[in-house]
Design a protein around this ligand. Structure first.
Ligand code: SAM
Length: 254
């Protein structure tokens, strides 16, 4: 079966809106509803299993003795919440929040199977408008969600609002490979092979696996995101490149 090569023009045409606002939110939610059942499988296939170690690293960076209440924003199928609950132990509580019900439903089932319902509560919530009071959480984790929100500065402000003073944001996101050769290889992979595999496995018709590389390109790179976090008011902003910068974890303190 030949792998279809899409021109940049075609990719732009099929990709959902990458701007801001309700149009993007609706398109993104349609996409996640369409692929929720296949999300975990495709994540493992498309990242060659690497997403597990990226998530473990994020949780290691988040974990501190003092961390008792964590928000996982854009929790999806609850991978980070489950890792956080196991890493932090029985006294910690994790709120796994996501806008998308089908994604959350899978998360709820995984939490139940892991018998971690006492530690993890899954809630439908928009990262841009959280109902938690100011200064609620010791830490906020977010994995591969910030690229998908309709208004990135708004979501980061909201996360900062619900963090306690001194609390930390751990943001795991796709970023920009550092080496030129890796960037070229990754561009080829993400614009050709990845949409082909992802779409075939999930039977998706919403264009989510073409949106994925497009959304990565339009998201701020490592330094751009660090700058934005500082502008929002975060301090001690640092980032860690993983897998040569294919993903980065930003750590920022309120
Ligand atoms: C790529 S998935 C990541 C899921 C999970 N964190 C992981 O690492 O596997 C992105 C998730 O962000 C969620 N999302 C997008 N915009 C959101 C928003 N404004 N508020 C909350 N969740 C949002 C989507 O519904 C989706 O479940």
């Amino acid at each position: 079966m030949p792998i279809p090569m899409l021109t940049l023009e075609e990719q732009r045409e099929t990709a959902p809106p990458s701007g801001t606002g309700p149009q993007k939110e609706q398109a993104v939610q349609r996409m996640f509803s369409s692929i929720a059942r296949y999300y975990d499988l495709n994540n493992t296939l498309l990242s060659l299993g690497l997403h597990h170690s990226w998530k473990r690293k994020a949780v290691e960076l988040m974990a501190r003795e003092s961390v008792k209440l964590v928000l996982d924003a854009g929790a999806g199928t609850a991978d980070l919440a489950l890792l956080a609950a196991r890493h932090l132990g029985a006294k910690a509580r994790i709120v796994a929040a996501d806008l998308n019900r089908p994604m959350l439903a899978i998360g709820v089932e995984k939490v139940r199977k892991a018998t971690l319902q006492r530690q993890i509560v899954c809630v439908q919530a928009n990262a841009e408008h959280l109902s938690a009071p100011n200064a609620t959480f010791d830490a906020v984790t977010t994995g591969f969600c910030m690229r998908n929100v309709a208004d990135l500065p708004r979501a980061l402000q909201e996360i900062r609002r619900v963090l306690k003073p001194g609390g930390r944001l751990i943001c795991l996101e796709f970023s920009r490979p550092v080496a030129g050769w890796l960037r070229r290889l990754y561009d080829w992979y993400s614009f050709t092979l990845l949409p082909w595999i992802g779409t075939r496995v999930s039977g998706d018709t919403t264009g989510v696996y073409r949106y994925l590389p497009a959304s990565i390109r339009s998201f701020p790179d490592q330094d751009g995101l660090a700058r934005l976090l500082r502008e929002i008011g975060f301090e001690k902003v640092k980032y860690h490149n993983l897998s040569g910068g294919i993903v980065a974890i930003h750590v920022a303190v309120k």
